[in-house]
Design a protein around this ligand. Structure first.
Ligand code: ADP
Ligand code: ADP
Ligand code: MG
Length: 662
C-alpha cells in the first residue's frame, strides 16, 4: 500500500478521500488554490500544497504544478477525484512518466471512452446495446439532418466530447434541427474545444440507470445499479440504489453488459457505465442502451457503498497499489436501499442558477451520511461547483430510506446563501417519486409545484421576530437573560423590531415577561412564546424549531427554513429617533464607550450624544432633533443589549419628560 498520496481535487470529494486514506494508514497531501487556503480539505489532509490562483485553469487543472507538488511532498500516487483532471489521459501519462501512480484507469482506457462516438463504436463491437443513432466523421449539417430523419424524431444532438449535460439539444422535428445543431456546436466549442456531435434517438419516458463497475485491468465485477433519473437540465439531483422496479433478469443483463464494456477496454479501477432505459412499458431487458462510460469515481457513489457495504475509495487505493480485485462477483451482495440528495447553492426559481455567499449557519443531521467540503462560515465562491453537501440515507426498504431522507432534509439548516434545500425536500414528497415512478422528465414536468416554497406555518414570523431582536438562537438562554436583566433598569421590557420576508414587511412588538418568556404582537395577532428544550412553546403548543440571527438576517428552521431580512439597525434607530420615540435606543448589542449628554441639557439635531462599540466598530449615536435630555441611563463601560434605552428626551417645550438616572 502507498504511504502517501496526493489528492488532486477539492471540496467534498477531497475530504471523502482523506477519510478513507486515513483509515487505511495512508497519509494525504491536499492541493489548494488561493480561494481555498482555509478550506476544509486543506485542514483535513496531513499536508497541503498551494498550487495557484482561483481559476481552475491556473490551479486544479495545472497538471505540471500538481505533479511537481506530488514529487515535492514524496507522494507515490495521485487520486484525481471527479471532474478536473480525472478523465484527462495526458495527465495520466505525465504522472506516470514522473514515476507516480495514477489512482484510476489507464490513459488508453480513458481515451477509448473519452469521446461518446468512439465509445459507442467500442461498445457495439463488444456486443453491448447502444442507443440507436448516427455517429461519424461527416459533420455536414445536411448530412446530420438526413441522419436524424432516418433515426426518426425526436432526436438528441450530443457533443461527442460532452459532459455535465453540456452541448446537448433535444429536437422534435426537421424545422428545429439546424438551429439546435448550431446551439449544440457553439456550446460544445466553448466547453470542450471540440464541436463534433452525434445524433441519437431520443428515448421517450427515459430512465437513467447506471452500473458501477470495478476492474483490475483484466477482470471486472459490477456493484449493481443506481437510478439517476431525477434530473434537472440533464444533471442529477437525487440518486438511488437499487433502481425501483428492477427485476433480477434486467439486473443480470445490465450488469453483464457493463462488465463486458469494462473488460473490452481492460479497465482498471472504479467506473460507471451509463445506460438509458425505455421504461414506457416497465423495465425490460431488451430496452436499455449504452450512453457513455465515466472513467472515474462518480459523484453518487455513496448510494452504492450504502447498499453493498463496500468502500469504493478503499478499493481504488488497493487496486492501484497492485492488489487483485478485493472480491469476486459472488462475494458482492445488495442489501437495502439508499438515496443521495445533492444540496447546492443555487436559485431553483431562477432556473437553477448557481448562487454564491457565506454559509452563515450550517447544521447537518446526525442520522445521515454527509459528504461535504464546507463548514459554517465558509464561502461558496464563484470559482467552483456550488455543491454544499451530499446527503445520503439508507434503510432496509425504499420507503424507510426515503422517509429517512425526508427527515434528514428537514433537519438540515443552511442560512446565508440561496440553496435547493426546499426544492429537494418538496421533491422527496412528490407522489410519483414516492412510488418509484421516475423518469428524466419528472422534474421539468412538475417544476411549478416543486419550485414553490411551502407556506410558512403561522408561528414563523413570531419566531423570526424573536430572532430579529436577538432573543433566540444558539445562545438563547444567555442572550435572553442579559437582555431582560439589562432591561430591568429601564422598564418597560418592550421593543419593536422590523423584518422583511416573503415580500412582506413585518413590524413586531416584543414584550419580555421573564428570561425566555415573551409576548409578540404582529398587527392585531398576539402570541405568548417561551423557549423550551429543542424549540418553543407557542400559546402552549410545542414546536420543534431553531431560530438563528446571522448578519442582517434571521432564519427560522422548522422542517423547512424561512429567512427574513432585517433592515439596517442603524438606519432604523435614526428613523425611530426622528419619529415619536422619546429617546435613543441601542441599535444593536454593544459596549457604551462614551456619553456626551446629561439630564437637563438642551441638544440640537445631529449632536453626538453617545458612542457605542458594536461589531468591532464605534457607532456614533446622535440627537435626532432639537430636544431636551431628560435622562441618561447608561455609563461608559456598560454592556447593553439591542433596544436598550440609552438616553431619554422630551421636546424643547416638554420639560416633564420621563426617566431618571438610576
Ligand atoms: P456525475 O454523473 O458524476 O454527476 P457528471 O459528468 O455530470 O457526472 O459530472 C461529475 C462532475 O464532473 C461534476 O460535478 C463536475 O465537477 C465535473 N464535470 C463534468 N463535466 C463537466 C463539464 N462539462 N464542465 C465542468 N465540470 C464538469
Ligand atoms: P453527459 O456526458 O452530459 O452526462 P449523457 O450522454 O450521459 O451526457 O446524457 C445526460 C442525460 O441526458 C442522461 O442522463 C439522460 O437524462 C439524457 N439523455 C441522454 N441520452 C438520451 C437519449 N438518447 N434519450 C433520452 N434522454 C437521453
Ligand atoms: Mg452522463
Amino acid at each position: 500500500m502507498f504511504e502517501r498520496i496526493l489528492i488532486a481535487n477539492r471540496g467534498e470529494i477531497a475530504c471523502r478521500i482523506v477519510r478513507t486514506a486515513r483509515r487505511m494508514g495512508v497519509s494525504t497531501v491536499a492541493v489548494f488554490s488561493d480561494a481555498d487556503a482555509g478550506a476544509l480539505h486543506v485542514e483535513m489532509a496531513d499536508e497541503a500544497v498551494h498550487i495557484g490562483a482561483p481559476p481552475p485553469a491556473e490551479s486544479y487543472l495545472c497538471a505540471a504544478r500538481i505533479i511537481e507538488a506530488a514529487l515535492e511532498t514524496g507522494a507515490q500516487a495521485i487520486h484525481p477525484g471527479y471532474g478536473f483532471l480525472s478523465e484527462n489521459p495526458d495527465f495520466v501519462e505525465k504522472a506516470e512518466q514522473a514515476g507516480l501512480t495514477f489512482i484510476g484507469p489507464s490513459a488508453d482506457a480513458i481515451r477509448a471512452m473519452g469521446l461518446k462516438d468512439a465509445a459507442k463504436r467500442v461498445m457495439e463491437q463488444a456486443g453491448v446495446p447502444v442507443v440507436p443513432g448516427w455517429h461519424g466523421d461527416n459533420q455536414d449539417p445536411e448530412h446530420l439532418a438526413a441522419a436524424a430523419a432516418a433515426i426518426g424524431w425526436p432526436v438528441l444532438i450530443k457533443a461527442v466530447a460532452g459532459g455535465g449535460g453540456k452541448g446537448m439539444r433535444l429536437v422534435d422535428g426537421p424545422d428545429a434541427f439546424a438551429g439546435a445543431l448550431e446551439g449544440a456546436r457553439r456550446e460544445a466549442r466553448g466547453a470542450f474545444g471540440n464541436d463534433a456531435v452525434l445524433v441519437e434517438k431520443y428515448i421517450e419516458k427515459p430512465r437513467h440507470i447506471e452500473v458501477q463497475i470495478f476492474g483490475d485491468g483484466t477482470r471486472a465485477v459490477h456493484l449493481f445499479e443506481r437510478d439517476c433519473s431525477l434530473q434537472r437540465r440533464h444533471q442529477k439531483v437525487i440518486e438511488e440504489a437499487p433502481a425501483p422496479g428492477m427485476t433480477d433478469e434486467m439486473r443480470t443483463a445490465m450488469g453483464q453488459a457493463a462488465v463486458r464494456a469494462a473488460e473490452a477496454i481492460g479497465y482498471r479501477g472504479a467506473g460507471t457505465v451509463e445506460f438509458i432505459v425505455d421504461a414506457s412499458e416497465g423495465l425490460r431487458p431488451d430496452r436499455f442502451w449504452f450512453m457513455e462510460m465515466n472513467t472515474r469515481l462518480q459523484v453518487e457513489h455513496p448510494v452504492t457503498e450504502a447498499v453493498t457495504g463496500i468502500d469504493l475509495v478503499e478499493w481504488q487505493l488497493r487496486v492501484a497499489a497492485g492488489e487483485p480485485l478485493p472480491a469476486t462477483q459472488d462475494d458482492i451482495s445488495l442489501s437495502g436501499h439508499a438515496f443521495e440528495a445533492r444540496l447546492y447553492a443555487e436559485d431553483v426559481s431562477a432556473g437553477f442558477l448557481p448562487a454564491t455567499g457565506r454559509l452563515d449557519h450550517l447544521v447537518f443531521p446526525q442520522e445521515a451520511r454527509i459528504d461535504t467540503g464546507v463548514r459554517a462560515g465558509d464561502e461558496i465562491s464563484p470559482w467552483y461547483d456550488p455543491m454544499i453537501a451530499k446527503i445520503t440515507t439508507c434503510g432496509p426498504t425504499r420507503d424507510i430510506a426515503l422517509s429517512r431522507l425526508r427527515r434528514a432534509l428537514a433537519h438540515t439548516e443552511v442560512a446565508g446563501t440561496t440553496t435547493n434545500l426546499d426544492f429537494l425536500a418538496t421533491l422527496t414528497r412528490q407522489p410519483d417519486f414516492g412510488c418509484g415512478d421516475v423518469d428524466t422528465g419528472l422534474i421539468a414536468r412538475r417544476i411549478d409545484t416543486l419550485a414553490r416554497l411551502p407556506a410558512p406555518p403561522p408561528f414563523v414570523p413570531f419566531l423570526a421576530a424573536l430572532g430579529a431582536a436577538g432573543l433566540a438562537g444558539a445562545s438563547a438562554a444567555g442572550q435572553g437573560a442579559a437582555w431582560s436583566e439589562g432591561f430591568a433598569l429601564w422598564q418597560p421590557l418592550e421593543r419593536e423590531v422590523r423584518l422583511e420576508g416573503g415580500g412582506e414587511e413585518i413590524t413586531a412588538r416584543i414584550t419580555v415577561i421573564a428570561p425566555g418568556r415573551y409576548r409578540v404582537k404582529i398587527g392585531t395577532a398576539e402570541s405568548g412564546i417561551s423557549t423550551v428544550p429543542g424549540g418553543y412553546a407557542i400559546d402552549g403548543c410545542r414546536v420543534a424549531a431553531r431560530v438563528v440571527r446571522h448578519g442582517g438576517r434571521a432564519s427560522v428552521f422548522a422542517g423547512h427554513g424561512w429567512h427574513f431580512d432585517l433592515p439596517d439597525p442603524l438606519a432604523r434607530a435614526q428613523e425611530a429617533g426622528e419619529g415619536s420615540e422619546n429617546g435613543i435606543r441601542a441599535p444593536m448589542p454593544g459596549l457604551v464607550q462614551a456619553v456626551f449628554a446629561a439630564p437637563g441639557q438642551a441638544v440640537s439635531a445631529g449632536d453626538r450624544l453617545a458612542v457605542l462599540e458594536a461589531m468591532k466598530m464605534a457607532h456614533e449615536l446622535v440627537a435626532p432633533r432639537d430636544c431636551m435630555v431628560t435622562g441618561v441611563f447608561v455609563r461608559p463601560g456598560q454592556q447593553v443589549e439591542a433596544g436598550a434605552l440609552l438616553i431619554g428626551f422630551g421636546t424643547d417645550d416638554d420639560e416633564t419628560g420621563s426617566g431618571a438616572a438610576e
